[in-house]
Design a binder for this molecule. Structure first.
Ligand code: TNX
Length: 545
């Protein structure tokens, strides 16, 4: 049946007659399953052209949806025979996953938005029992470096849901763009929401375009995205990066910057790639400003976790700034790292008081981790190991393994050579929990995430190419109960199932990288990247135990 991600248990019944969905099929919905049923009906009736009306009261129905409180929230059972397909979920998310499995069983055409002639809607007789390994199965999309219009984000949510991924981490702010409307501070998007031009490829290539780039989401757009994702079992986690990666905000409100060492009024939204030195100042006024920003963020995003970045914050300006040094002295801090910690701790408390939790990149460990904070471990496993061992929750997303902006093959045709070569097989063999963690620390690895940075992906088409098919392998790593030893994973079987999965991606309209390489129009000749030679650098825990 070639399901991806592989379920916990599948029992095919090859001798039993299959189920066939037809124009007269009806859906029976038990209490609590209404929303999931609406979704499934919308998806399947678009693909099949069948109405899939509710079964009349007292009749069983062909598709039967119900909740079972004995199952975990994301756990589900699917049972198909000639009579019916029964979908049972522990909660609405479990039912959503069951619906996705049914789509895979119906065949690639179930991913289209209208029926083709001669379609066949046979589901083989089977019993599936399934539940995820991790509760956080994420993808981060960088909509700051290149804006992705709302329709593209909704489409990306569909792609995540089809792979049973359940967290969309939206990187909403960076040096090169501010993408969320803030009512109290309109210049964040008026000024910070666009830039004059962009680098094409990395600095060394010396290429720029003369094309203004910009865009932002209104709060209503984001509410729509949040609700659309929730209906598909996906939680949207917003990221407002601070105190670094803030040139767009400083360009909009120069008083946020280190005004005693730079003329921040002369700054624009950054037109380079890399890490800008124009970080926030750490004054009380700036903390208040970001509290106001976050008040609006919390109104839009109901997620428990709020990502506050904390990464790559160059300290040069704070070192030179009398105001920053006075602040360090006034707060009794040791150095600039402790000043960064002070900012993060402030918002850790601030979020906790509002029933939320802070998550940040692993640099938030430097200068002391805030008590309630969780860590996105990106510079390898080390940050995650330190945080988990100290009892903090961790999302493993090491750049050596799951940075999908990195190139997927060696060779001159591969578009924009960034980072290390990370093939589909490499991603399949990524293990989120390093073997040296004991059981208690391992339990703090709440999940894993693939990150899609978009410096070199100007549109959704390039995102498609970089994200897929690797996100399919990543989804299996995050969901399925694979051998923990990467070398023991059955790559050949995954590759065989991928042969059935590519037609699903085709039907979804995803412009993935084909196994034989980029198509001519997917190349970007002459665009210089930032290749890292040799195997990915040392990172604890990658070796098989
Ligand atoms: C590091 S990961 C970054 C991003 C870049 C990415 C490019 C992280 C927290 N910071 O700002 O886009 O590398 O691979």
């Amino acid at each position: 049946m070639d399901l991806i991600p592989a379920p916990l248990r599948v029992q095919p019944r090859p001798d039993a007659p299959p189920f066939v969905l037809h124009a007269g099929s009806r859906i029976a919905v038990a209490p609590g399953a209404e929303a999931a049923a609406r979704r499934l009906r919308a998806e399947l009736s678009a693909a099949t052209g069948f109405d899939l009306d509710p079964a009349p009261a007292g009749e069983d129905g062909d598709l039967r949806l119900a909740l079972d409180p004995e199952l975990g929230a994301e756990e589900y059972r699917l049972s198909a025979d000639a009579d019916a397909v029964r979908l049972t979920g522990g909660g609405p998310a479990g039912l959503a996953h069951a619906g996705q499995t049914l789509r895979q069983l119906l065949g690639p055409a179930a991913y289209r938005s209208a029926p083709l002639p001669g379609a066949d809607w046979t589901v083989p007789a089977v019993e599936v029992h399934d539940a995820p390994r991790f509760g956080w199965r994420g993808a981060m999309l960088d909509v700051a470096r290149h804006f992705m219009p709302k329709a593209g984000v909704l489409r990306f949510v569909d792609q995540l849901a089809a792979h049973k991924l359940n967290v969309l981490h939206l990187h909403l702010t960076d040096d090169q763009g501010w993408r969320i409307e803030v009512r109290r501070y309109p210049k964040l998007t008026e000024v910070g929401g666009w830039r004059e031009r962009s680098m094409v490829g990395f600095r060394a290539g010396g290429r720029r375009d003369d094309q203004p780039h910009g865009g932002y989401y209104t709060q209503d757009d984001l509410r729509e995205i949040v609700a659309y994702a929730a209906a598909r079992g996906v939680t949207v986690v917003p990221e407002i990066d601070l105190p670094g990666h803030n040139q767009a905000a400083v360009a909009a409100y120069p008083e946020l910057g280190n005004t005693d060492v730079v003329d921040t009024a002369a700054l624009g939204t950054w037109t380079d790639w890399g890490v800008s030195e124009n970080i926030l100042n750490a004054s009380e006024a700036t903390l208040r400003f970001y509290e106001h920003v976050l008040e609006e963020v919390l109104e839009v995003f109901p997620s428990t976790f709020v990502h506050l970045g904390g990464d790559e914050c160059p300290k040069e300006q704070w070192k030179r700034s009398d105001a920053a040094q006075a602040r360090i002295a006034e707060l009794g801090l040791k150095d600039e790292f402790e000043l960064q910690s002070h900012v993060i701790r402030h918002f850790d408390r601030w979020l906790a008081e509002r029933g939320r939790r802070l998550i940040g990149w692993d640099e938030i460990l430097e200068g002391g981790l805030a008590p309630g904070a969780a860590v996105s471990s990106w510079r390898g496993y080390e940050g995650g190991i330190a945080a988990a061992s100290a009892g903090h929750d961790v999302v493993m997303c090491p750049e050596q393994h799951v940075y999908l902006d990195h190139r997927q093959a060696d060779g001159p045709d591969e578009p924009v050579p960034v980072g290390w070569v990370r093939t589909l097989e490499d991603v399949y063999r990524f293990e989120p929990v390093p073997p040296q963690l004991d059981a208690a620390a391992a339990a703090h690895v709440i999940g894993t995430q693939a990150n899609i940075w978009t410096e070199f992906m100007p549109t959704g088409r390039e995102v498609d190419y970089k994200a897929f098919p690797r996100l399919a392998a990543f989804a299996e790593v995050a969901w399925s109960d694979l051998p923990r030893d990467p070398a023991a994973r059955d790559w050949a079987d995954f590759e065989r199932r991928m042969a059935a999965h590519y037609p699903r991606l085709d039907a979804l309209g995803i412009e993935y990288r084909r196994p034989e390489g980029p198509r001519p129009w997917q190349r970007r000749p002459g665009v210089v990247g930032r290749p890292l030679e040799g195997p990915p650098g040392p990172s604890a825990g990658v070796a098989a135990p």
